[in-house]
Design a protein around this ligand. Structure first.
Ligand code: PMV
Length: 321
């Protein structure tokens, strides 16, 4: 029987409490728990259909190593799930790839959701999340929208944080560089784990950050969440900068933005920053202040793109025929 093509739209996410470090490279087990928000308008759209020549084919703009990584993942996933048949995978992001905007999260989440739908496996979401994790740790969280947590363990999966009402927050993505990053997050994590004197402190303090951030979200305390998220982000980057050899994901504009955020906060506007493995800055804003916050960046011409979006990012799954 011929399976109908499926179209998946999965959103990127940004961790407020970061995952950094793995306890198992092959199974992609995060060393620490993490907590993220889905980014409504940063999306990967992936169409999966039957491949004409029975082998897996990937259509999209990829470097050779990225193509290899994705095709290896698809073949591993099919083997693991006990399904067969060549797949044609057409995939595109509506934002720059591999530059710290979490394209691997939305990308692998879309493929994991797509394989489940294409083969009509109807797996529980937690198993799709586990499958996505094997592609990229953060992808496990892009299976859901909103606030999402992921624990550690032997085969961890992500789960949405259940809130009585959604917390409506805006996300302002400030793109400072559109070039792919030079050091992958996996390579950087391994370097940090092996060489940074601060890595053990990172591990020791993460649980407390995670629990406090969860409390802040449940209490809907903007400034509590702001303080803990900024602290957690800078702690992660400090371990990266103190690896040997050191690595700095930031550029001068990244630093300028951080100083500007502090000035804006002094004016009482509700905003905080977070940065993943790249030079881009994401600002989390209370929607009542977003416009004013945006105006404070008007004169920074070295920001190449400003994307105003919001917490969301529920995946969309469609069968095409
Ligand atoms: O999912 P990976 O392997 O690309 O690692 C993600 C690492 C961070 O984005 C920096 C943190 C996180 O929790 O998403």
């Amino acid at each position: 029987m011929k399976n109908a093509p499926v179209k998946i739209s999965a959103a990127a996410n940004v961790a407020l409490i970061k995952y950094w470090g793995k306890t198992d490279l092959e199974k992609n087990i995060p060393a620490v728990a993490s907590l993220s928000i889905g980014i409504e308008d940063l999306r990967t759209e992936t169409i999966i259909s039957e491949s004409k020549d029975k082998t897996d084919t990937l259509v999209g703009r990829f470097k050779k190593y990225e193509k290899k990584r994705i095709l290896n993942y698809v073949s591993m996933a099919k083997k693991l799930l006990g399904v067969s048949g060549g797949l044609k995978i057409e995939t595109a992001n509506n934002f720059p790839s591999s530059s710290g905007l979490a394209s691997s999260a939305s990308g692998f989440a879309a493929i994991a959701l797509g394989i489940d739908e294409f083969f009509a496996l109807d797996l529980p979401r937690k198993d799709i999340s586990r499958l996505a994790r094997l592609g990229s740790g953060s992808a496990a969280r892009s299976i859901y929208g909103g606030f999402v947590q992921m624990d550690t363990g032997t085969d961890p999966f992500a789960a949405p944080l259940k809130l009585e009402d959604p917390w409506l927050l805006d996300i302002l993505v400030l793109v400072t560089e559109e070039q792919p990053k030079k050091l992958s997050s996996t390579d950087s994590m391994n370097l940090t784990k092996g060489t940074s004197p601060f890595y053990s402190a990172w591990l020791d303090t993460q649980e407390n950050d995670f629990l406090r951030a969860k409390d802040a979200i449940i209490e809907r305390d903007f400034w509590k969440l702001a303080r803990i998220s900024e602290h957690n982000c800078l702690k992660m980057h400090s371990t990266i900068m103190t690896a040997n050899p050191p690595h700095i994901y930031w550029n001068p504009t990244t630093v300028k933005i951080l100083h500007q955020v502090q000035k804006i906060q002094e004016k009482g506007l509700q905003v905080f920053f977070t940065i993943d493995a790249g030079p881009q800055v994401k600002l989390i804003c209370d929607p009542s202040d977003t416009q004013l916050i945006l105006e404070q960046f008007e004169s920074m011409h070295d920001i190449s793109k400003k994307i105003v979006t919001k917490v969301g990012g529920e995946p969309r799954i469609e069968r095409l025929t």
